[in-house]
Each structure stands twice: as structure tokens, then as C-alpha cells.
Design a protein around this ligand. Structure first.
Ligand code: ADP
Ligand code: MG
Length: 425
């Protein structure tokens, strides 16, 4: 019985398929290979890693630690987070506490009774801009010293790297580069020193590789072997819909399941789940158990693309701002809207935008990323894919949503006012 996924990561009876990936990742762990798991947001990276750790932990051969760096502002935060997440590993935790003996003594005898968040604050206070590399080395040494090797999963690492690299306008600064260099260099060194004892699985919804490329820090990624998590195939997605329909006692014939997957074009697990959930709600409201093709059509247009669907898709827009900053973001919006309106972005459009923005940059757009850079990020981040001599949206859902949201009154800058106006409309 497969239960619905909701919007947070899933494991156990909410987790579907991904058997090939679980097997491949487990094999890497056994071979002492560090992994960089990359994929577009909502593809199921966190779920895959959580499920993997759950299964590995059941095997008793390895210990597992899961760390989420979404909220970490600097290396010290990251290290404090690793510390507290290692608590369940008693030997390791003992050693970590040993390396923070002074701080723990100051905190008094109730340290162990503190809430995790407070414990982290105390440890964090003992880590600063000067000592974090030594503190961090000690934590890795502790992880490596346990009875069993440790699988250390670090989720959303690229968000921290992005934060380190860029100023609040989204531009890479020299200090940012030094900070990211120091942090990634430290992580790489520890990954190498403790290979076989600590296996890392890094993951995140912002591509680490293009970030490092932009910053000239690509060498730091060379100890990780990349694993690109793909969307579900139409086969897998229709089987998932079949399993969900069975669990929730809905009749959803194969024709309709396929129609759902074709509309999505790219079967991102979260979108498959969302489609099912909205269809389920729709049928419940109508007090029916049997879905018709009209139901599928109605739910797609009114729920997936409609006001209520938007919250999930707005996420795609917000993340773009994070990755590209306030200077690159408007250009990306422009490119995506042109692509949605014309059902593609061809070589011609590319040339016109290149000319437009390079003229704009020559005037007063210093530090604005180039159209090529932005296309690179949009492609790497799963928004666009190459098609013939240009690009198109990977996801049919995102394309339809983008079109319905932005196409009204849209006039491409390259057509409106050549070389004037400004890149941000
Ligand atoms: N293997 C899976 N089985 C079922 N649902 C999944 C699976 N992977 C992802 N999902 C769906 O996608 C959503 C997002 O998954 P998550 O792991 O948080 O993605 P990511 O970390 O890549 O952003 C989940 O809430 C769930 O609905
Ligand atoms: Mg995630």
C-alpha cells in the first residue's frame, strides 16, 4: 500500500521505486566513493537519501548521519549541525564532546538535557572564523573513529556554498570566493583523509557544479562522483499513479494515467504526487470514485495551473532569484517567458538577446551575467533542455504554468525598445 507523498521528503510506505538508484548509491558507499547527488528541485533527492540511510542503517554495517544545511550561514554553522546530528552515535558523540570539553563544562552539567537547538547554539559559540577548520577536522576524526564506518549525508550543501560566494546582489565577490574555497577545500581534505571510514553523499537543489565553474573552483568537486537523479520514466510514473489509485480506491484507467504523465512531460515525482492528490480531492468533492478524462483535464487546468497549484510552482521562480541574483533574475524571466510564449527559444532569439544584453552591459550593466551563462544555469537546473538549434522547457507543466502566468501583455525587450530601458523590466 503506497501512501500519498505530501510535500515533504518521503520514506518507507510513501516511497516508490528508485530501486536502481538505491542500489547504485549503496554500492558507492561500500566502495568508499563520495557522491554528489544532483537534480532539479522536487525530484526526490532528500527522499532518496533518507530511504538509503534507513536501509543502510538496518544492515548494521554502517552508521548514518543526515545533515541539512539549508539554514547554515557559514562553515561554523555547518560543523555545529554535523555535531548535533551525530549524537545518536555514542562513541562518536563522546569524542565530539571531548573536543568541546571547555564549552560543555561552561554549559554546566545539564548539557545533555538541552534541546538539540540549544545544544547546537552552545557548540556553535565555540566555533569561530579562526578555529573552524581545526574544530571541523576534530569532528571528522571523531566520525572516522567509531566502530563502524559512517555514511554522512549532507543535504543542501550548494545553498551554503552559494551564500558564501555571493553578496546580497547575487554577485561573486573575492572574499566570497576565498570563503567558499576554504570551506570546500576543508571538506575535500577530510573526504580524502577519511575515505572508507566516512562516506559522503552531498545533495542539493541548486547545482553545485555551475556555481563552482562560475567561481573557478571546480577542482573542489573532483573527489565526488556525480549522480544525476532523473525524473521518473512514464512507465514508473504510471505505475506510481496505479499504486496510489489502488491505495485510495479510485478507478484511474491506464489511458488516463498516461494522459496525466504526458501533460507533465517530465515526471518529477512531486508533480506526479501533486496531480494525483488534486485529482483525488476533486473526486472526493464530487463524491465519485471513478475518474473520467474530463476530470483529468479539469484538474490540470484549474488545479495544477490554477491559483492553488501556483504555490508549488512559485518555488521555481523564487529559487531562480537565489541562484542568479537580482541582476541575472530578470534576464532569466525574460528568456523563460519568451520560451513559453513561442514554445521554444531558437538560435535567432538567442542572437537577438545576446546582442541586446551585451549592448546593455556595455552601457551600465557591469557584472550582469551573460545570456550564455544564464542559459547554462537554466539548463543545468532543469528549467530548459536543448532542442534542435535552441531550447525548450523540460517540464510541460512548468511551461503551461509559465505561459498562463506571464504571457499576457508580454512584449519581449528585444522587440520593444532596442538598447534602452534596462534589463530589469
Ligand atoms: N521515491 C519517491 N516516492 C514517492 N514520492 C516521491 C519520491 N521521491 C519524491 N517524491 C515526492 O516528491 C516530493 C519531494 O521530494 P523530496 O525528496 O523533498 O525532493 P528534493 O529533495 O529533490 O527536493 C515528496 O514530497 C513526494 O511527494
Ligand atoms: Mg530536498
Amino acid at each position: 500500500m503506497l501512501r500519498k507523498g505530501g510535500s515533504n521528503w518521503v520514506e518507507g510506505d510513501r516511497f516508490f521505486d528508485r530501486e536502481t538508484e538505491l542500489e547504485a548509491l549503496e554500492e558507492r558507499v561500500r566502495d568508499g566513493i563520495h557522491t554528489l547527488l544532483t537534480a532539479q528541485r522536487r525530484m526526490g533527492k532528500t527522499s532518496l537519501v533518507r530511504e538509503l540511510l534507513k536501509r543502510i542503517a538496518e544492515g548494521k554495517e554502517f552508521e548514518t548521519v543526515f545533515v541539512d544545511l539549508e539554514a547554515a550561514a557559514d562553515p561554523a554553522d555547518a560543523i555545529a549541525e554535523i555535531c548535533v546530528q551525530a549524537r545518536p552515535l555514542s562513541g562518536v558523540w563522546g569524542r565530539i564532546k571531548g573536543s568541546f570539553a571547555n564549552i560543555i563544562r561552561e554549559a554546566g552539567e545539564h548539557f545533555e538535557e538541552l534541546a538539540v537547538a540549544d545544544m547546537k547554539v552552545k557548540l556553535r559559540a565555540g566555533i569561530d572564523a579562526g578555529n573552524w577548520p581545526q574544530r571541523g577536522d576534530a569532528v571528522f576524526a571523531a566520525l572516522a573513529s567509531g566502530d563502524r564506518p559512517v555514511v554522512l549525508a549532507i543535504d543542501e550543501l550548494p545553498i551554503l556554498v552559494n551564500r558564501l560566494l555571493k553578496d546580497d546582489r547575487g554577485r561573486i565577490t573575492p572574499e566570497g570566493k576565498r570563503a567558499a574555497d576554504a570551506f570546500l577545500g576543508w571538506l575535500r581534505k577530510n573526504g580524502q583523509n577519511h575515505r572508507g571510514r566516512v562516506s559522503m553523499i552531498l545533495s542539493g537543489s541548486v547545482g553545485l557544479e555551475p556555481l563552482l565553474e562560475q567561481a573557478g573552483l571546480s577542482a573542489h568537486a573532483n573527489i565526488y562522483s556525480a549522480h544525476d537523479l532523473k525524473p521518473w520514466s512514464e512507465e514508473t510514473a504510471t505505475s506510481c499513479l496505479e499504486a496510489l489509485a489502488k491505495s485510495y480506491r479510485i478507478s484511474l484507467p491506464e489511458e488516463m494515467r498516461r494522459d496525466m504523465c504526458r501533460r507533465l512531460r517530465c515526471c518529477i515525482p512531486h508533480h506526479v504526487q501533486m496531480f494525483f492528490d488534486k485529482l483525488h480531492d476533486h473526486l472526493r468533492r464530487a463524491d465519485r470514485q471513478e475518474a473520467s478524462p474530463e476530470d483529468v483535464e479539469w484538474v490540470y487546468v484549474h488545479e495544477m495551473l490554477g491559483v492553488r497549484g501556483q504555490a508549488d510552482l512559485q518555488h521555481y521562480e523564487g529559487r531562480l532569484k537565489t541562484i542568479l541574483g537580482v541582476t541575472g533574475y530578470p534576464i532569466a524571466l525574460e528568456i523563460l517567458t519568451t520560451t513559453a510564449v513561442n514554445s521554444g527559444f531558437d538560435g535567432d532569439a538567442m542572437d537577438r538577446y545576446r546582442a541586446y544584453y551585451s549592448a546593455f552591459n556595455a552601457q551600465d550593466g557591469e557584472g550582469v551575467p551573460s545570456v550564455a551563462d544564464i542559459l547554462h544555469v537554466l539548463q543545468h537546473d532543469g528549467y530548459l533542455e536543448r532542442q534542435d538549434d535552441g531550447y525548450r522547457f523540460v517540464s510541460g507543466l512548468l511551461e503551461d504554468w509559465w505561459r498562463s502566468r506571464y504571457s499576457e501583455n508580454f512584449v519581449a525587450v528585444v522587440e520593444a525598445e532596442p538598447h534602452g530601458g534596462g534589463a530589469g523590466r
